[in-house]
Design a protein around this ligand. Structure first.
Ligand SMILES: [Zn+2]
Length: 242
């Protein structure tokens, strides 16, 4: 059976900066990775597009969708879905949340990815994680749409936020994305509306690679890595050996 992963992204570019490497790496390992973009980030994360002449909401959304689709292609995403729920603020009503539950049950992810639990600069981000946790919980409930296969217990990894130190986010996993860095860099460059972030996230990946090496043995045999991504896991692991 094909392994699967599910990314829940508040806006249509977040999955690129924050876990594009994880997506491309797992695609390379044979995972079918689904991305749900709850909104296009059309109001709050598209400043460069709004500065162009004759822009309106529909044009910005269309541009953001094209950028995200191009990035998804660069990362070998299996399926990208746009819920178009609006941003600043993002609002997920009961129907939209149930739709997300349907996606979770259909994908049966081996792991999930979403935002940090706290983000005072961008409440859409922490709200997306709250919704992801609710939807995961509902997908596990035998009483929700009885007869459907219920969800197991996929890990929810919180990907790295912007302005990390303000977000109460502490990574406990570093993933070496060196083999797919070129794919992530290509995807980053698809986000033409946010060019000011390109090099910032290149630097983040390089710094996290340093932490990967330090934590894989440092100068006593630490594995070399050029680029990495950090994640904070929500749930404990169940193991037979430490
Ligand atoms: Zn965002």
């Amino acid at each position: 059976m094909t392994k699967t992963a599910l990314v829940i992204s508040a806006h249509s570019a977040d999955f690129v900066w924050r876990c594009g490497g994880a997506i491309a790496l797992h695609a390379q390992k044979g995972y079918a990775v689904t991305v749900v973009c709850l909104s296009y980030g059309e109001r709050g994360e598209s400043a460069k597009l709004w500065k162009l002449p004759d822009m309106d909401l529909q044009k910005v959304k269309a541009a953001r969708r094209t950028e995200a689709e191009n990035a998804a292609r660069a990362l070998d995403v299996h399926d990208i879905q746009f819920f178009d729920l609006g941003d600043y603020p993002l609002v997920v009503d009961r129907d939209a949340r149930d739709r997300l539950v349907d996606v979770i049950r259909a994908v049966e992810p081996d792991f999930m990815l979403s935002h940090s639990k706290w983000d005072p600069y961008n409440t859409d981000h922490m709200y997306a994680t709250q919704v992801a946790l609710e939807a995961r919980m509902i997908a596990q409930a035998w009483g929700h749409k009885p007869g459907e296969k219920v969800l197991g217990a996929p890990q929810l990894y919180l990907f790295e936020p912007h302005q990390t130190e303000q977000m109460e986010w502490k990574p406990d996993v570093f993933l070496d994305i060196s083999p797919v860095w070129e794919k992530k860099w290509a995807a980053i460059q698809c986000m033409e509306g946010q060019e000011h972030l390109w090099h910032y996230y290149k630097n983040v990946a390089e710094n996290r690679a340093n932490h990967f090496m330090r934590n894989s043995g440092g100068q006593s045999g630490g594995r070399k890595a050029s680029h990495a991504e950090g994640f904070q896991s929500v749930f404990p692991r169940t193991v037979d050996e430490l």
